[in-house]
Each structure stands twice: as structure tokens, then as C-alpha cells.
Design a protein around this ligand. Structure first.
Ligand code: GAL
Length: 676
């Protein structure tokens, strides 16, 4: 298990490196992420690599038992390169070239940037590929987090991409429906990038553009990994990168993960609250390769930003945040950054040590966590989260909801809905996975679909087979309505979706969240809003109805039996209280019980990791400042604090416990294992 931080040796006088490394060693760190912004120090003059300082640093860190995860940079480039090719600066959708004043302002498709960054990556890999102190290769930083570029290079690449996707221009015209507003193209060379225009772009155009930009991100991943991989010994270091915090919509991370060995992410949730605001991001990162992942940037100290809320961790919060990431499947955690930056844009960013590198309050907590991790790392590493419930997460559908068109409405609905479903399941005390449309649904008893506007025959068939085999699906409005080019299916639904739901949509109604609609289900009244469907039953059962407005009596909750399984439909976006009641009942009906056999107290997070040898580790984390009373199904051992716990105990504010059945414990090891 990796316990590390992000360090910038190029910011520090070399004669202070040992001081920093010694503090890291004392705090139990065993890894550092380095290099992502150091292009100029790696290549001060074009073609003239200068790696001696890096040789010395990597070697010295190794002597302190700290291995390096090396990042070949790409999108933070030296001035000499921009001077040579000013056209590698991004052109915005308004036609302005960005200024050379910060990172991520460079066109990732520009041939010279690609050539120079691949050469640098190859030079680094040929020098350090077999270095025993370099355990991983982290490609650039936050790939995908740059504005869309509209330069000529991108325009030509976009036209070629369209040409290979659609083959003939008439196929594209037909697929997008360009007859609307007389926008039919004669050849691919006429198609612009989506720069500003008078009214709105065709949704098919925008859908393809997002997919194209995502493919461009993936091209940078393959460019760098192809440059590095030939220099790595077999079964040697891994290749990874840090997905942007949370779950950025810009890159289809399921597709990108095919080219990486391990998924990585950044994680900056607010302090002082439950960890559930962004926690779906951890489940999503776990799902991209269906394996443990690394958090390459975890927030720690508060930032010195006047008026910033939820910014400063109370004592114990760094511990609960670190363990929260591990509880949700991380096998490596790195704090960003190790030392406060006295200069540069992020000089107000919190860190583990101060401007002068001296320990802060965070350092003490980091050291305590390091010591405790050392005790449990061997047991936890590689263990998996096994979940019966998953939330379906799909980039195509998300792109569609978030596309740049006033005709879609609330662009954050997909994100809100996915978070709400995830949060509800976790608050009920169950593990919850994310799963992509190409993932394996068969291990899940319950599949929650936040909405799924874009479907094709294959996906609807996959959902049908899942239900027939005994799966339970929960659908919402705007599911199964459009094809991959964002055009509606006739009859408002894919024909097989009509059979799957056992109902058809007659009409859609929208409502402002401030004037919600009311429905009844299971003897209770609930509210829904934003979007609802007036549906007509074919074969589904009606279990709840709207009880106000002109559509009073229209079905809200329906259930269709298919083979061994069931397909539920909620015909609106309901309030959170409904999901808590509904999912809780559904889980009981399926015969599932929460991880500790009870719904945890508010703010207490429970999750379980299971190792291959059958041991299970239940993380119980108090995310609140108040203590909480916990009742266990039986006496258990807390391996985090080294205590035996009787059935009833008090969880102190921000306290973390990792419970296991002592009989199944593996041999404890006093050292953190670095091997992967
Ligand atoms: C991350 C980024 C880091 C740093 C950090 C600030 O998204 O990767 O380089 O900018 O944000 O919180």
C-alpha cells in the first residue's frame, strides 16, 4: 500500500532535500509523486536533457525508503517551445488564442507538442524505466482538464475523426438530421468545430464533439504510454494518471482505463461535512478498472483563502478523510502537496509542512496515520469492495444531459441524481459500486439507473438479459429515449425499452423544483419535480400514482416482471426521502441486509473490503463532530486502533475503526509493502 505525497524537488534547494525526506520517512511515507510540472528543468534548452538533479533526488529518496512515481509532463510546457511554435497555444471557442501564462493552455493535438512530450517521456523512461526506486509512471497531470481547442490542427483532426466514424457525409447528414435549418454538409471539410454561433448546435454534433475531445485525451494517454512502456521491464512499474477530481465529464475514463495499469484520481472534498458530496467519484474510479485505485492528490491542511467555507480540517479529520478513501477502495494515498508553496499561483494552498518545510499540525496527524497504516497495510491492500448494488454511470448519457444547449434544462441533473442515489445506498449502510455500460452487471442484485437518455440495441438487450436472469433495475425518466446521435426514437422510447418497462410514454411534463408535484406510494406521500412522464401501462403493475394537478391518478411507480427479475420505473425525479424508503424496502425484499445489520447513525460511514483469503474489513468512520453509538452484530477486533470491541461502543467525533473477525485475521506485518 502506498502512503505518499506530491513533492516538487525542483522548488527546493538540493541541500534541503534530506531534511524533507527525513521528515517524510519519520511520518511513514513510502512514495512520492514527482515531476509533472518540471519540463523546463528536465529540458532547459530544446533537446538538451538535464537529469542529473533527478538522478540524485530519486537515489536519495530511495535511501530514505521512499520510492518515486515519476510524471512525464506534457501540458505544462517551457517558454522555448511556445516561442518556437506560438500556434500550440489553445484557440478558444470565441477564436482567441490563450496567453502563455499558466498550465494546460496548449493544444494536445499539436504535432510539435506531441513529438516533444513523447521524446521527453521516452528519455525519462529509458533512464529510469529499470530504476528500482521508480515504481510508477504517472502520465502528465489531470489529462482532459484543458479548454476545448478550436485551432486549425483540431479542426482538421475533428473532420478526419468524423470521416472515419461516419464514412460518408450523407450518413452523417442522416444521423444528425442536418436537414434541420438547412445545415446539410457536402463534404467533411465543411464541418466546423463548435465555436460561438448565433443559436444552438445540433445535439448530434455536440454529442460527437464530446466523444472526439474525449478521444483526444485518450490519444495523449496512448502517446505517452507508448513512449514509456518499451523501456519498462515486464511485471515492473505500473502506468497510471490522476483523473480529475471527482468524475470529470471531459474524458470517458472507462475507455481511457484500458491503456492504464492502475486508475488514479484527485480528491478534494469539503471538510466538516459527511464525505458523501464527492464520494461517488471514489466508486467511479474503482469501477474504471474494477480494481483498487490510487488517490494521487488528497487535500489536507486548509487553504489560506479569505472566507472559504469547509476549508480547514478539525483534529482527526485528515485521518477520517484518508481512511475514507481506503474504505472506498484506494490502495495508495498521496497528500497534495507536501510543502506549502511560498511562490506561484497556489501559494495559499494548504500542505502537510509549512513554507519552510517545518512540521505543522497536519504533519503530526499524517505521522500518526502513517504509523497505524503500517500495522494494517498488508491486510487491506488488494482487498476488494464487493457490492450487490450498483449505480449505472455512462459518459455518453452524461454528455448529452450536459451538452451546451438551452433545450436540455438543468445541466447538473445527471450529476445530482447519480450522487443522490449513491448517497442514499451508502447512508442505508450498504456498499455501492458504480458500473459502466460495458461492465458486468451480473454480480449485482440491484442496478440503479439515474437516467440513460442514450441507448442502442445492444445496451437495451443487455439490460433485458440482466433482468431476465433475476436482476432488478430502477429506471427514471429520460431513459432509453435517444440513439447514439442524440436523435429521439419514434414513440419516445427505444422499442425494446417499451417492453422492458411494460409501459409507454404519452407525454412529458416539466416542473420547477419550487412547485413540485405530489405522488403516493406505499401509504406515504412524496414530492417529485423537474421532469415527469405521463405513461400508459402495457403490462406493468401500478404501485404509486400522482395525486395532484390535471394528471392526478397517472402512474408514478410501476413494476414490470421480466423472467426472474423486475424492472421498476419512477416517472419523475423524486425527493431523497422517497429513495431512502424505497431502496430500503427493495433491499429487504431482495433479502439483503446492511453491512452491520442496521442502518448506521447519521454521518457514520460503513463500508467493507474483502480479501481473497476470505477476511473482511469493515470500516466504520464518524464523519461528524458528535459522537455516535454503534451496535455490532458480534464482538469484533478493531485493527486500526488495536482494540477489541464489545457489541456496543461509542464512536468518537471523526473516529475511524476497521473491524474484523479476529479469527480470520492475517499475519500482521510491521512494514508497509511497496510491491504491486
Ligand atoms: C489539482 C491539480 C494540482 C493542484 C491542485 C490544487 O487539481 O492537479 O496540480 O493544482 O488541484 O488543489
Amino acid at each position: 500500500m502506498l502512503y505518499g505525497s506530491c513533492y516538487y524537488p525542483e522548488h527546493r534547494e538540493p541541500n534541503r532535500w534530506e531534511e524533507d525526506l527525513s521528515l517524510m520517512q519519520q511520518a511513514g511515507l513510502n512514495a512520492l509523486r514527482i515531476g509533472e510540472f518540471a519540463w523546463k528543468r528536465f529540458e532547459p534548452v530544446e533537446g538538451d536533457y538535464e537529469f542529473h538533479w533527478l538522478d540524485r533526488f530519486i537515489e536519495l529518496a530511495g535511501q530514505y525508503g521512499i520510492r518515486s512515481v515519476l510524471c512525464p509532463p506534457m501540458r505544462t510546457v517551457p517558454a522555448w517551445l511556445v516561442e518556437r511554435a506560438p500556434d500550440l497555444l489553445i484557440v478558444t471557442n470565441e477564436g482567441h488564442r490563450l496567453e502563455y501564462a499558466s498550465r494546460y493552455t496548449f493544444c494536445i493535438n499539436h504535432a510539435l507538442l506531441r513529438e516533444k512530450s513523447a521524446s521527453l517521456a521516452a528519455a525519462l523512461a529509458s533512464r529510469y524505466g529499470s530504476n528500482p526506486h521508480v515504481i510508477g509512471w504517472h502520465l502528465d497531470n489531470e489529462i482532459g482538464d484543458e479548454p476545448d481547442c478550436h485551432c486549425l490542427v483540431c479542426k482538421v483532426k475533428w473532420q478526419q475523426w468524423l470521416s472515419s466514424k461516419y464514412n460518408q457525409i450523407d450518413v452523417l447528414n442522416e444521423a444528425w438530421g442536418t436537414v434541420f435549418w438547412s445545415m446539410e454538409y457536402d463534404h467533411f471539410g465543411q464541418i466546423p468545430t463548435p465555436r460561438i454561433t448565433k443559436a444552438d448546435y445540433n445535439p448530434g454534433f455536440l454529442q460527437a464533439w464530446r466523444e472526439f475531445r474525449s478521444d483526444c485525451s485518450i490519444d495523449t494517454v496512448t502517446l505517452l504510454s507508448d513512449a514509456i512502456r518499451p523501456h519498462l521491464p515486464e511485471h515492473g512499474p505500473y502506468i497510471t494518471t490522476n483523473n480529475q477530481m471527482y468524475w470529470s465529464k471531459r474524458t470517458d475514463y472507462y475507455k481511457m482505463a484500458r491503456y492504464l495499469d492502475i486508475t488514479g484520481t484527485n480528491y478534494y472534498p469539503p471538510y466538516g461535512e459527511n464525505c458523501d458530496t464527492l464520494a461517488f467519484g471514489l466508486a467511479a474510479n474503482r469501477s474504471f478498472k474494477k480494481a483498487p485505485f490510487h488517490v494521487y492528490e488528497l487535500r489536507n491542511e486548509g487553504h489560506s483563502i479569505i472566507g472559504a467555507a469547509n476549508n480547514t480540517p478539525a483534529p482527526g479529520e485528515l485521518e477520517r478523510l484518508t481512511l475514507h478513501t481506503i474504505a472506498n477502495g484506494a490502495d495508495g494515498v498521496f497528500y497534495f502537496p507536501w510543502k506549502r508553496f511560498p511562490f506561484g499561483s497556489e501559494q495559499n494552498h494548504g500542505a502537510i509542512t509549512d513554507f519552510d518545510g517545518k512540521p505543522t499540525r497536519m504533519y503530526d496527524e499524517c505521522g500518526r496515520i502513517g504509523k497505524q497504516l503500517r500495522r494494517v497495510a498488508l491486510q487491506i491492500e488488494g482487498s476488494l469492495i464487493i457490492s450487490d448494488i450498483a449505480v449505472l454511470y455512462d459518459f455518453q448519457s452524461r454528455w448529452h444531459i450536459e451538452c451546451d444547449s438551452p433545450w436540455t434544462g438543468d445541466k447538473r441533473l445527471y450529476e445530482k441524481q447519480i450522487n443522490m442515489l449513491y448517497r442514499t445506498v451508502r447512508a442505508l449502510g450498504y456498499n455501492c459500486d458504480a458500473v459502466g455500460i460495458n461492465g458486468d452487471f451480473s454480480s449485482y442484485k440491484l442496478l440503479l439507473v439515474p437516467m440513460l437518455p442514450i441507448v442502442d440495441d445492444e445496451l437495451v438487450m443487455k439490460l433485458k438479459l440482466y433482468a431476465e436472469a433475476g436482476g432488478i433495475i430502477l429506471f427514471h425518466p429520460m431513459s432509453g429515449i435517444k440513439n447514439a446521435d442524440a436523435c429521439y426514437y419514434p414513440n419516445r422510447l427505444h422499442p425494446e425499452m417499451i417492453k422492458l418497462l411494460g409501459s409507454r410514454t404519452l407525454e412529458t411534463v416539466t416542473s420547477n423544483p419550487l412547485s413540485p408535484v405530489t405522488f403516493q406510494w406505499n401509504g406515504e406521500q412524496y414530492q417529485g419535480s423537474l421532469f415527469l412522464e405521463i405513461i400508459q401501462m402495457d403490462s406493468a403493475q401500478v404501485l404509486g400514482t400522482f395525486i395532484d394537478h390535471w394528471f392526478e391518478g397517472s402512474p408514478t411507480i410501476t413494476k414490470q416482471s421480466i423472467g426472474e427479475g423486475h424492472v421498476w420505473f419512477v416517472a419523475t425525479f423524486a425527493e431523497e426521502r422517497f429513495y431512502r424508503d424505497f431502496i430500503s424496502l427493495l433491499c429487504q425484499q431482495i433479502g439483503m441486509s446492511p453491512l452491520l445489520n442496521a442502518v448506521p447513525p447519521t454521518g457514520v460511514e460503513v463500508s467493507m473490503r474483502q480479501s481473497a483469503c476470505g477476511a473482511s474489513y469493515t470500516f466504520v468512520i464518524n464523519n461528524r463532530h458528535e459522537s455516535a453509538e454503534i451496535t455490532l452484530p458480534s464482538d469484533l477486533t478493531d485493527i486500526w486502533n488495536g482494540e477489541h470491541l464489545s457489541q456496543n461502543f461509542t464512536l468518537q467525533p471523526y473516529q475511524v475503526r476497521i473491524l474484523t473477525d479476529a479469527g480470520k485475521m492475517q499475519v500482521l506485518d510491521e512494514s508497509i509493502r511497496v510491491s504491486l
